[in-house]
Design a protein around this ligand. Structure first.
Ligand code: MN
Length: 138
């Protein structure tokens, strides 16, 4: 069974890109367009990884991450923040909310694949790559 990855992202273009890349790598992708839907899916599906857009309508990604980290059913699932913001303050906020990593948008595909592989392993053989500056682990 392929690893399940939940993408919580309200921007259709970003969601589609993430879905296409992850599915091409062999992961099963679950998608949510808002925090409430995403938290619900996280509880019922218990994905191996959550990619969390920080800028969501309604509850934002930081608040949603905090909710996930308070729940015993979801607290062990790594959450990687997806955001256009790359300031130190944003990284601190993401870390404080419980995010494991941080990916800046627009998504750099090589870095994106490497981050996912580092956290959940590869569902099938993929060449090793080095981290790039697009990934800031918080
Ligand atoms: Mn957004």
């Amino acid at each position: 069974m392929a690893d399940k990855i939940l993408v919580i992202e309200d921007n259709p273009t970003n969601l589609r890109l993430a879905r296409d890349v992850l599915e091409a790598l062999g992961y099963t992708v679950l998608a949510a367009e808002n925090a409430d839907e995403g938290i619900g899916l996280a509880k019922t599906e218990v994905p191996a990884l959550i990619l969390m857009d920080l800028s969501l309508p309604g509850m934002d990604g930081l608040a949603a991450t905090a909710v996930l980290k308070r729940d015993p059913r979801t607290r062990d699932i790594p959450v990687v923040a997806l955001t256009a913001h790359a300031m130190e303050k944003d990284r601190e906020n993401a870390r404080a909310a419980g995010c494991t990593g941080y990916i800046t948008k627009p998504i750099d595909l090589k870095s994106f694949r490497q981050t996912v592989a580092d956290l959940v392993g590869r569902p099938r053989a993929a060449p090793a790559g080095s981290r790039s500056g697009h990934i800031l682990v918080v």
